[in-house]
Design a protein around this ligand. Structure first.
Ligand code: DX5
Ligand code: ZN
Length: 217
């Protein structure tokens, strides 16, 4: 069964506590938190105090996606704030700093992940495979919700799945961007186990039904 991680980028920021409860009530086990710094991506969203506030009002798994430059500077703060998973972009720093960031996340007791932008080749993940609990394949350009799903990212998902069977079989593969009732089956077919969905989840009239359908094999 796939894990659904609704992106709260499409939530009502005036009512985040209400929307976190909505996620829980509609059967989503995770909440995806998009952190953007205005440098790594052309948008600014949520920061450390908001993650801490979310932690106070939910027991859902907090899946924190850092779209920030040189994340090694902040990963420990996000774990302290209550992140369960902290995922960082391979494009955001030098490899040695990325490795250091992954070690810091683990040392703080949280789960690690790396993220690949659409134009980043899957081989860019190779140095990090053993240190990752999850790998996130972006299916849109990071920065904004509501964009169209890029089906041509699916070969990356399948390749990672294949590599991970030997190297690190417990590592999850996550997809993020444009995931809805039509595109989720394509993701699952390619081997994705965690599906992020922002606008489609929040627009769904029947959210429990939406979650059930995305979860289904
Ligand atoms: C984009 C974010 C996504 C976004 C997904 O940079 O990483 O998590 O919220 O939104 P939808 O599902 O609307 O594409
Ligand atoms: Zn995201």
């Amino acid at each position: 069964m796939a894990i659904i991680s609704p992106s709260i980028l499409s939530a009502d920021f005036v009512n985040l506590e209400r929307d976190m409860k909505l996620l829980k009530e509609t059967g989503a086990p995770w909440a995806h938190v998009d952190v953007m710094d205005g440098i790594f991506v052309p948008n600014i969203t949520i920061g450390i105090p908001v993650v801490a506030a979310l932690r106070k009002c939910t027991d859902l798994v907090l899946d924190v996606h850092l779209m920030i430059d040189r994340p090694v500077r902040y990963v420990e703060d996000f774990v302290k704030a209550g992140a369960d998973y902290v995922t960082i972009h391979v494009e955001a720093d030098q490899p040695q700093n990325t490795l250091e960031a992954l070690d810091k996340i683990h040392a703080m007791g949280a789960k690690t992940g790396i993220v690949l932008k659409p134009r980043t080749p899957v081989e860019a993940a190779i140095p990090y495979l053993e240190k990752c609990d999850m790998i996130l394949v972006m299916t849109v350009e990071p920065g904004f919700g509501g964009q169209s799903f890029m089906a041509d990212m699916m070969p990356k998902v399948s390749q990672l799945k294949e590599w991970m069977q030997d190297i690190n079989p417990d590592c999850l593969i996550e997809v993020d961007g444009g995931v809805d009732l039509n595109t989720a089956p394509v993701c699952k077919e390619a081997g994705a186990q965690v599906l992020v969905s922002g606008s489609a989840y929040f627009k769904a009239a029947d959210k429990p039904g939406f979650v059930r359908q995305l979860q289904a094999e």
